[in-house]
Design a protein around this ligand. Structure first.
Ligand code: SF4
Ligand code: SF4
Length: 271
């Protein structure tokens, strides 16, 4: 097993606080044959990443507004206090996920990142000696899950690959950085307008696209023609652009610079 960790960030559901490395092996099996099949698909606090929303919306052939209204509710991330959308559970006895059926997950190929990770979790470890954050993985051992400690051994990285995690994680790395940075800043006051901008980019590409193309955005920010053409059509490119813009607006990183000849009063303040 990996080394014990002494400081945790980014999760509240740790039962076994053991740091797992990509090469750490664990035993796990899951599928329609396990007695606990689907038990993990109820009573969840399941925050959706912007890419989760894109994939699910496309799969269900809905507009983002339709998807958000039907399947999500606003949620404040406990550590960063940033607003995101989480999956809204059904109003049934067990508060089941809206996508679970007798046969299992109905959106399996497009299931959210958190579902892909389970029973692993991803967190951040503050390495004080080296003064930097490191990713780590941990096991979420919940009593009802009978798949743990049975089946063949698999490394953390093999499991990540088998669940298609890199494909879902890579598009939201910059988004995760924004959240982690806010966590590391501690309990500071954030203007309501900044929270609304974060929520818009994090949940609704159509609204963000309208904001870019139907407001004075392109009069204020330096955006090259190639990027403008790309984000008109490509939702994933729009997301990446949105994350860079959020870093500029929230943290003053200047990744999407303000035009030089703009009057000072038009500038947006960082946190
Ligand atoms: S999206 Fe699928 S895997 Fe995730 S909780 Fe719902 S039914 Fe389960
Ligand atoms: S509880 Fe564990 S073993 Fe059972 S279906 Fe869920 S992940 Fe698989």
């Amino acid at each position: 097993m990996g080394e014990a960790i002494t400081e945790l960030k980014g999760t509240d559901r740790i039962i076994v606080p053991i740091k797992l490395e990509p090469h750490t092996k664990f035993k796990f099996t899951c599928g329609p044959g396990v007695p606990c099949f689907k038990l993990c698909c109820s009573e969840l606090y399941l925050p959706l990443t912007p890419y989760d929303i894109l994939r699910l919306r496309n799969r269900l052939k809905l507009t983002t507004d339709q998807f958000l209204v039907a399947y999500t509710e606003p949620f404040i991330l406990p550590k960063s206090k940033l607003p995101v959308a989480r999956l809204k559970m059904r109003n049934d006895e067990h508060k089941t996920c809206p996508f679970v059926s007798e046969k299992g997950c109905q959106v399996y190929e497009d299931r959210p990142l958190a579902c892909r990770y389970y029973p692993l979790g991803l967190g951040i470890f503050r390495n004080r000696d080296e003064g930097r954050n490191e990713d780590f993985y941990y096991l979420v051992k919940e009593g009802f899950c009978q798949g743990l400690d049975s089946g063949p051994e698999i490394t953390v990285e093999e499991y990540r690959q088998s669940q298609g995690i890199p494909e879902f994680e890579e598009p939201v790395l910059e988004w995760a950085e924004i959240i982690m940075k806010k966590e590391s800043l501690g309990p500071i006051d954030v203007p309501q307008k900044s929270l609304e901008l974060f929520f818009m980019v994090s949940t609704n590409p159509e609204r963000f696209r309208s904001f870019v193309f139907e407001s004075r955005f392109l009069e204020i920010y330096e955006v090259d023609k190639e990027t403008i053409e790309k984000i008109k059509e490509d939702d994933l490119a729009l997301l990446q652009f949105g994350f860079k813009w959020l870093k500029s607006v929230l943290y003053g990183e200047n990744l999407i610079p303000i035009k030089k000849d703009l009057p000072k009063k038009k500038k947006m303040k960082p946190f």
